[in-house]
Design a protein around this ligand. Sequence first.
Ligand code: ATP
Length: 230
Amino acid sequence: MIIETENLVKAYQNKVAVNSINLSVEKGQIYGFLGPNGAGKSTTIKMLTGLVFPSSGKGQVLDRPLGDVQARAKLGYLPEHFRYQEWMTGEDLLNFHTSLYRLKRDPERNRNVLRRVGLLEQGNYKVGGYSKGMQQRIGLACALLPGPDLLFLDEPTSALDPIGRKDVRDIILDLQKEGTTIFLNSHLLSEVEAVCDHIAIINKGVIVKSGSMKDLLMGKVTLSIRCSPI
Ligand code: ATP
């Protein structure tokens, strides 16, 4: 298993955001974590990436305990709200994230990730002038800098138009073919349907259903919460 958790809980002050969740993600999967706003999806990713400590429970990511430095070096993360300064170019942003990932600057690596997301020609343009889809793709390029074995994507296409969504989905599917395991948060059923092999449905901090996409499509897993169909 690439991710395994046991009764993971996160409470903020008195509010329980994630309540006793058990996840098992296999190598090579695109694992969809589906739920409405406020369900606990981002909090789960933050625990799995080591950005916040669980209140209780335990877990392993890439065979290491949550928050382990060696495992973190092989994780990529695209947050829900990817931040940038309008004046920064794509290259500036990549260099900034290279430092955040504690990597040495490498122009060849920058070119590779830009090529990967279809922005090789636009790397020296200002990100403020990019379309929404391009902004999301440069965010994805930043998440690819460490050459991750495991990639966390938090709502990667929610703000995009259909063409932007398709571009990002195609990249996600290509990354899976190259061996990357992907954990994808979404409130869009259509998004997880389009790319995921397995889904877990979270509502109010609790996993209410989990199963393969095949079983979901065959009606063996019933959606019992309101998620946006598009
Ligand atoms: P969304 O897509 O709207 O962000 P989500 O499923 O990712 O939804 P979370 O962001 O994980 O949900 O939030 C789960 C719950 O925890 C929400 O009620 C949210 O208000 C609360 N929460 C999240 N972060 C904090 C925080 N730092 N302090 C207090 N409460 C928080």
